[in-house]
Design a protein around this ligand. Structure first.
Ligand code: GLY
Length: 584
């Protein structure tokens, strides 16, 4: 799998270097492979879904409707977010999960901003060199397609923790819709089939996976029903016995047994010792708005805020969306912020993260001062800018309730369908989140990120993430909820959704649809969505030293609370055609 992807990338890079704009999605390993072409005319016409009271936007329409139903029955945004999360584990199995982990950003109606960290942890037997062979070379597939790639899952504890602290409903109540969808099945749409079809060969490798996710050995077709009885039983066990069934009981036992049988290192001690934690969210200001986002072990909020602080003085609104100047300065800000991200950030339980320095006005000014007005800076000239450090699949959804509570969740199994394996008859895919660690300093991971020793594997450590569930406040009240899947492109997709509204005056749907940009330090290319650049602006930028590669970018699921009308404006990303924005 990964070999093919990497060959494709190398080919794409070679073609890009020769000046041709080429098609590749490798930078976003959770892409479902279908990228709608969004013309400028279509972009002009795009409109969000509106609602008066409450709104849910997710990458799968049935999960969205589970959330809307909970809100209509009087549940709050946390109840709905947890119900959507369990439902997505059934109806969006590539990415929604109980076998992975994630983050939840919450703004409560009383003004509190909260952040819940339920990122997976490395097993206690993990070691820094576990993905290298005896010669120190990274072994392809070991961190992505094997049981060694599985981090201790956090989703079930995360959802339970959020619900107990701020929900109003029981675990049983919010899991019930997911159990029904798994037991009775659901009818597949084109978007569902696209993501399942993309992993047919992987599913065929394991009899217990093929029995569920292939239809008599063949890919499911649009209109067919996907039933998941094993997953229904697992969810029922959690609903009846609580999360101990997952962390101390039969579910952990089944995963550990499968791990033992397949060369993994997961133990019952890993599951019993797992913790979900409340953290202080990252906060920064951008043009008068307050941005509330993900702190380490996610790099998302820090990198997003660093980019915003670098670009704030530039007149993006005057320059316009997709203009040579906007592209140039956003790309240069991203390049510098990602160099810092990849050098200085890791799990704060293990390493020091210099957040105050990275997000100081002085640091943004010093990085800004290195941007040349008329030329691209080669990534080889950029280093992590604070001196020596001390030391990707995914889905996003957004929920706002009638009282103004707001919840943004991004959670993941890393690659599409995680490590593509299911332990015994548990019915859920396990993650391959260990690939988010640095397998070897200086060697790119599956998302192409070249990371440092600060993010090396250690027992019990959480791998550095790019997930960026973000709530933007205006005068202390929710203005926008946003976030995306897409490994490193999560950060640039989330960034684009904010500046497309704040700087370029787009409505929420236009801001989500608009072709995006991404630069992550290495590789030294700029990823650009089809239609972002005119041939003339691309030529001007190439003359400044840029090399472009076409990509899809993440899949933003966003809500804007329009301060003029008071209406909620929901926008599902057309890059997830099975998704839906709905409210009441
Ligand atoms: N697995 C993608 C991320 O956490 O960044």
């Amino acid at each position: 799998m990964r070999t093919a992807r990497w060959r494709q990338t190398v080919l794409a890079l070679a073609l890009a270097a020769s000046g041709a704009l080429v098609w590749a999605q490798d930078v976003n390993p959770d892409s479902t492979g279908r990228e709608p072409v969004i013309t400028r005319v279509a972009l002009e016409k795009a409109k969000p879904v509106t609602a008066k009271h409450a709104m849910v936007v997710s990458a799968q329409h049935l999960a969205t409707m589970v959330g809307v139903d909970i809100l209509k029955r009087g549940g709050n945004a946390v109840d709905a977010a947890v119900a959507v999360g369990f439902a997505e584990a059934v109806v969006h199995p590539c990415c929604g999960n109980i076998g992975g982990g994630g983050f939840m950003t919450i703004h409560l109606k009383d003004g509190r901003n909260l952040f819940l960290n339920f990122r997976e942890k490395a097993p206690l037997k993990a070691t820094p060199n576990m993905f290298q062979d005896a010669d120190g070379n990274v072994v392809e597939g070991r961190s992505t397609d094997s049981y060694l790639g599985v981090g201790v899952p956090g989703t079930v504890m995360g959802f339970d923790t959020a619900l107990k602290a701020y929900g109003t409903m029981s675990l049983k109540q919010v899991i019930a819709p997911a159990i029904k969808l798994a037991r009775e099945g659901y009818i597949l749409k084109q978007g569902d089939v696209d993501s399942l079809e993309s992993r047919t060969e992987d599913f065929a490798r394991h009899a217990n996976v093929a029995a569920i996710f292939l239809n008599d050995g063949k890919p499911f077709k649009v209109g067919e029903r996907l039933v998941q009885k094993d997953l229904a039983n697992t969810l029922e066990l959690i609903a009846d016995k609580g999360i101990d069934a997952f962390y101390k009981g039969p579910i952990a036992e089944a995963v550990v047994k499968a791990s033992d049988a397949n060369g993994g290192i997961l133990s019952m001690r890993d599951f019993a010792g797992y913790t979900a934690q409340w953290e202080k969210p990252i906060q920064c200001k951008y043009r008068g708005y307050a941005v509330i986002s993900a702190p380490p072990p996610s790099s998302g909020g820090t990198t997003l805020c660093l980019i915003l602080q670098i670009i704030e003085p530039y007149p993006l609104a005057k320059w316009g969306y997709g203009s040579v100047n906007s592209v140039h300065y956003i790309v240069e800000a991203e390049r510098r912020a990602f160099a810092d991200r990849n050098t200085y950030l890791g799990d704060p339980a293990f390493v020091h993260n210099p957040i105050d320095e990275l997000l100081s006005a002085e640091h943004a000014a010093s990085l800004r001062a290195t941007i040349k007005p008329d030329r691209a800076t080669p990534s080889s000239e950029i280093k992590g800018s604070l001196g020596a450090p001390e030391g990707n699949h995914t889905t996003h959804y957004s929920v706002v309730d009638k009282d103004g509570n707001a919840v943004a969740v991004t959670y993941t199994v890393n690659f599409l369908f995680g490590n593509k394996q299911i332990a015994g008859n548990t019915g859920f895919f396990l993650n391959d989140e260990m690939d988010d660690f640095t397998s070897k300093p200086g060697v790119a991971n599956g998302a192409g990120l070249v990371q440092g020793v600060i993010n090396q594997v250690e027992p019990g450590k959480r791998p550095l993430s790019s997930m960026t569930p973000t709530i933007v406040l205006r005068k202390g009240k929710p203005f926008m909820l946003t976030g995306s899947p897409g490994s490193a492109t999560i950060i640039s997709s989330t960034l684009a959704s904010i500046i497309n509204v704040v700087d370029f005056g787009m409505n929420m749907q236009q801001a989500v649809n608009a072709p995006r940009l991404h630069q992550q330090w290495y590789p030294d290319v700029v990823y650009a969505g089809q239609g972002l650049l005119t041939p003339e602006s691309q030529k001007s930028l190439e003359a400044m030293g840029y090399t472009f590669q076409q990509f899809s970018g993440g899949a933003v699921e966003a809500i804007l609370i329009n301060p003029k009308t008071g209406l909620l404006e929901g926008a599902n990303d057309p890059r997830r055609p099975a998704g839906l924005a709905a409210g009441y």
